[in-house]
Design a binder for this molecule. Structure first.
Ligand code: SAM
Length: 228
């Protein structure tokens, strides 16, 4: 594993290696019951889940509060937390059994400052406790970018940013420009990189430049059925 991360210039400490191995073991153990991922070969887990998530590690401010939408098996949040202990995470996941799994990971790896919320992003996004309270939002593989912006941007404070991990996506970015603007965002960076031999990936950083109008997220599935 050490060599795989080194190929992207990420040097792992002994503790980080142990954390990743423990995470992989918990993932494979619970995957039988909870159906968390179709990727079950060790090297593939390291590259397609762990390294892919890790490539976003330098986009987050020091000691930042980060909300992740659609955590699933904890990607990118858990690899990021292993590498960046300073970050404070809130994980939002709508499927109860995946939240139980995430709880086991947090316990098994003794991670502090990781809160798990079982429910939908569009509901928490309307809650004053969470709305416009985070330095960053992040997500991978949850929805197309226009839909994802409506889930994620309402959580971000003015001056903070939404960091989306995506495949190659020219079309999606064009399609999302309207949503970004309406929700108070502005595209700051579009960084493309190669995930070793697995092909191109993109990290998009959307800065929050003004507050999101109260009517967003619209709820009732409108974010997916009728994207902005
Ligand atoms: N982010 C993980 C990854 O990259 O492997 C999981 C991706 S999985 C394809 C999408 C996850 O998002 C699922 O676990 C699903 O339950 C969750 N999800 C989808 N829409 C959601 C919503 N509106 N609010 C909260 N969770 C959601």
């Amino acid at each position: 594993m050490k060599e795989i991360f080194l190929r992207k210039g990420i040097e792992l400490s002994q503790r980080q290696i142990e954390n990743f191995i423990e995470f992989k073991n918990i993932l494979l153990f619970y995957n039988e019951k909870f159906n968390i991922t179709t990727i079950t070969e060790e090297k593939e887990i390291y590259i397609k889940h762990f390294l892919d998530s890790a490539c976003a590690k330098d986009y987050f401010k020091q000691n930042a509060s980060v909300i992740e939408i659609g955590s699933g098996g904890g990607f990118p949040s858990i690899p990021l937390k292993i590498l960046r202990r300073d970050l404070n995470f809130t994980l939002v996941e709508s499927t109860g059994k995946k939240c139980l799994f995430l709880g086991e990971v947090v316990k098994g790896l003794k991670l502090d400052n990781v809160e798990i919320l079982n429910g939908r992003a569009e509901d928490f996004g309307k809650d004053k406790k969470y709305r416009e309270k985070f330095d960053h939002a992040t997500a991978r593989a949850v929805a197309r970018l226009n839909t994802l912006c409506e889930y994620c941007i309402p959580f971000v404070k003015k001056g903070g940013s939404f960091i989306a991990l995506k495949g190659g996506l020219e079309e999606e970015i064009k399609e999302a420009k309207n949503a970004v603007k309406i929700l108070g965002g502005s595209i700051k960076k579009i960084d493309k990189y190669e995930l070793l031999e697995e092909g191109q990936r993109t990290i998009i950083e959307i800065e929050k430049i003004s507050l999101t109008a109260e009517k967003y997220p619209r709820g009732n599935g409108k974010e997916r059925k009728n994207p902005l």
